[in-house]
Design a protein around this ligand. Structure first.
Ligand code: ATP
Ligand code: MG
Length: 554
């Protein structure tokens, strides 16, 4: 792994080469989200890449909103995107931009193209435009409007801008080559009429630039040097270059493509995520099961773990499908180093120590982190009645069961060895109480009175000196690795995992967790990593989210 991490990817290699050749003084990149949804983990990768390159090569990275589609965009998304980028630890400083800030310049350049006979107003309707465009095997046909005079084009384009025409009545197109094998070069659209209110420019404009036109020019206006996007834009690059070459732009950015990241057990298209939110399959964009940055943040993932992830998966030219576990392992690796340790019993059953007197209340000290002394100590009340997890007891265990069973011994983590002497059941046969005797010499990992080491260790809390909290345990949102692969007539939603959220109303938690805070992470020993739910938790009604379970082997 480490050599992979240190190897320069092709983008870094390009930047190093360009800087060495004196092409640019510094690398200027940008992250250009469209504010039409919340960012997801795929965007996080792109953010880490763009901002990471800027900081590695003494450059800067701009945050630019590509807000050219007024119908689908909203300030709610703008604000969430800013919060997400900041949370990831990046700063655009004063370089916050909006494509809409450039509408006038883009319009002026469209006029420039018309005047140079490189753009024309086309009055084909949508269907005709498609037919004339041809396809991969059929060359396109020239529009009958292609040879309008410059004067007529200027007049029509001005009237488009003034709102004299209906949506779809005219478009502005670049005049390039209808026979080009690259469909993107067959007189692509530059402007279309949209009588929509824009979240920033209001009703000022009723013509809006196409993304493919606005994007290279926005890059140029901002003096971006390396414009990094995902592979599906490779075929758009010739048009990107065409815009740069045919307009008096102040800089000459270059586009580079890397493979979009896909992950198992996830869908990562904003459209699909929006569907999950709108149709209430999840509780909002920040539902902890969502692959959105706001979701994983609420879930307890840390920025550091996302950085580690971006580093581990690297940058590739070929489409890749990343195993979700790689991300989970990054989260575990980081949380292991920062999480406060505590004990919590999610599925409690009572354990009574018969050889302790009523009212026994002993304080056992344990460290809050196995390596970080600065995390201090926690105090564990050890009492006659405890809770252990029902899953740690079996009445008729198989050979390889090393936890508690009738007549067997187990170590209570951080405390003593106990031996099960009796079980009590209710009328339905459900175990209500496990009775044990404890061995008073075994504190602090010491062997038993007769010198034996006890292998199994289980966690516990004091029954009358603990706190109760709600604990939300998540598993994958989709039950199959490729949710998009569905039988005819169904879609990705048919693969939603019906038990992706399990709510435990009254988990029993070690007392130290009463002071749990949202800016800390916790490891519930032997269970997993948890955090306070930033939305629903209240000081006297705590709610915890499970971030990730402990990897096997812990
Ligand atoms: P989606 O397909 O999820 O709607 P998008 O590409 O349309 O995403 P944008 O807001 O345009 O969303 O994306 C902003 C930036 O994030 C783009 O530069 C895009 O290349 C990058 N990006 C989006 N999804 C991924 C991904 N899965 N992996 C890597 N980069 C991504
Ligand atoms: Mg996009």
């Amino acid at each position: 792994m480490s050599c992979l991490m240190e190897a320069k990817d092709f983008i870094r290699a390009q930047i190093v080469e360009d800087l060495a050749a004196g092409k640019h003084a510094k690398a200027i990149t940008r992250f250009p989200p469209e504010p039409n949804g919340y960012l997801h983990i795929g965007h996080a990768k792109s953010i880490c890449l763009n901002f990471g390159l800027a900081s590695d090569y003494n450059g800067r990275c701009h945050l630019r909103f590509d807000d050219t589609n007024p119908e689908t965009e909203d300030v709610e998304y703008v604000e969430s995107i800013k919060a997400d980028v900041r949370w990831l630890g990046f700063d655009w400083n004063e370089h916050l931009y909006f494509a809409s800030d450039y509408f006038q310049q883009l319009y002026d350049w469209a006029i420039y193209l018309i005047k140079n006979n490189k753009a024309y107003v086309c009055s084909l309707n949508e269907d005709e435009l498609r037919q004339y465009r041809g396809d991969f095997t059929t060359p396109g046909k020239e529009s009958p409007y292609r040879n309008r005079s410059i004067e007529e084009n200027l007049d029509l384009f001005n009237r488009m801008k003034l709102g004299e025409f209906a949506e779809g009545q005219h478009v502005l197109r670049a005049k390039i080559d209808m026979k080009s094998p690259n469909m993107n070069m067959r007189d692509p659209l530059l402007y279309r009429i949209r009588k929509a209110h824009h979240h920033r420019t209001g009703d000022k404009w009723c013509i809006y630039p196409m993304y493919d036109y606005a994007h290279p020019l926005s890059d140029a206006i901002e003096h971006v040097t390396h414009s990094i996007c995902t592979l599906e834009f490779q075929d758009h690059r010739p048009f990107y270059d065409w815009c740069i070459e045919n307009l008096p732009v102040p800089a000459h950015p270059k586009q580079y493509e890397f493979a979009r990241m896909n992950m198992t057990y996830l869908v990562m298209s904003k459209r699909k995520l929006l569907q999950l939110v709108k149709e209430k399959y999840v509780n909002g964009w920040d539902d902890p099961r969502m692959p959105t940055i706001s979701g994983i943040r609420r879930r307890g993932y840390t920025p550091e773990s996302i950085h580690l992830f971006a580093k581990r998966i690297g940058v590739a030219k070929a489409e890749s499908l990343i195993d979700y576990e790689i991300l989970e392992n990054c989260v575990r690796d980081h949380l292991d180093t920062v999480a406060y340790r505590a004990m919590a019993v999610l599925n409690p059953v009572k354990l009574v120590i018969t050889n302790l007197p009523e009212g026994h209340h002993e304080i056992i000290e344990s460290s809050a982190h196995p390596k970080k002394v600065e995390y201090g100590k926690r105090q564990l009340p050890f009492t006659k009645e405890l809770y252990i997890d029902a899953a740690d007891f079996m009445e008729n265990p198989p050979e390889d069961f090393f936890r508690l069973a009738p007549g067997k011994e187990v170590r209570l983590r951080n405390a003593y060895v106990v031996k099960c002497t009796e079980i009590i059941k209710d009328v339905q046969g459900k175990i209500t109480e496990i009775r044990c005797e404890y061995d008073s010499v075994t504190l602090g990992g010491k062997p038993t009175r007769d010198g034996r080491k006890v292998k199994g260790i289980i966690h516990w809390v004091s029954a009358n000196d603990c706190i109760e909290a709600e604990v939300r345990v998540y598993s994958r949102l989709f039950s199959v690795a490729d949710p998009e692969d569905t039988p005819e007539g169904t879609d990705f939603k048919s693969h939603l995992n019906p038990s992706s959220l399990k709510i435990i109303q009254k988990a029993k938690l070690e007392k130290s967790l009463a002071a749990a805070s949202a800016d800390r992470r916790y490891q519930f020993e032997r269970v997993g990593y948890f955090c306070i739910d930033i939305k629903d938790s209240k000081p006297n009604a705590l709610v915890f989210n499970m971030t990730v379970d402990l990897a096997t082997g812990h």
